[in-house]
Design a protein. Structure first.
Length: 158
């Protein structure tokens, strides 16, 4: 078991956060944004950034090369749909995609929107961690984050 600190300051004890979220054991703030047969999309639970979507597989796997052919197709189609929604309803012009295989949780992709304030932390991958920590330490704009979840959920489930 490991302890995970959520964006609202609460902690949860889980073996694998991705399993807990995709199975519904842990409810992400704002609920499920969208799901397919093989994947589950939710607002990131640790960092309050509007439009920061996590796409987790429903199977407990670690590597991209563990995806079946059907999952591969489902994955790229799903991510593309979410990316389009981020652009259309949240006006997000650029997204950073981050995915690491040596994670303690299982397979999940971060879709991190870029906002103007983030550029003071630099560009490219080195800016991601400071940006996330800045958002967490400043609490983010809770109402805006929730509104972002609502807008994405609506357009992705029409
Ligand atoms: Zn898992």
């Amino acid at each position: 078991m490991r302890t995970i600190t959520l964006a609202n300051g609460n902690t949860v004890e889980v073996d694998c956060l991705s399993c807990a979220l995709t199975s519904g054991k842990v409810e992400p703030e704002g609920g499920v944004i969208a799901e397919t047969e093989h994947f589950h999309a939710h607002q990131d639970v640790a960092y309050p950034i509007r439009g920061l979507v996590i796409v987790a597989s429903k199977r407990h796997i670690k590597g991209l090369d563990e995806l079946t052919e059907e999952e591969q197709h489902d994955y790229i189609t799903f991510i593309t749909k979410i990316r389009k929604a981020q652009r259309e309803v949240l006006g997000i012009e650029h997204v950073y995609y981050f995915y690491n295989e040596d994670t303690t949780h299982h397979f999940h992709l971060w879709m991190v929107p870029r906002y103007d304030w983030m550029y003071e932390f630099g560009r490219s991958v080195e800016s991601v961690r400071p940006v996330l920590l800045h958002a967490r330490n400043n609490g983010g704009d809770h109402a805006k984050v929730l509104e972002g979840i609502r807008l994405l959920t609506k357009v992705l489930n029409e």
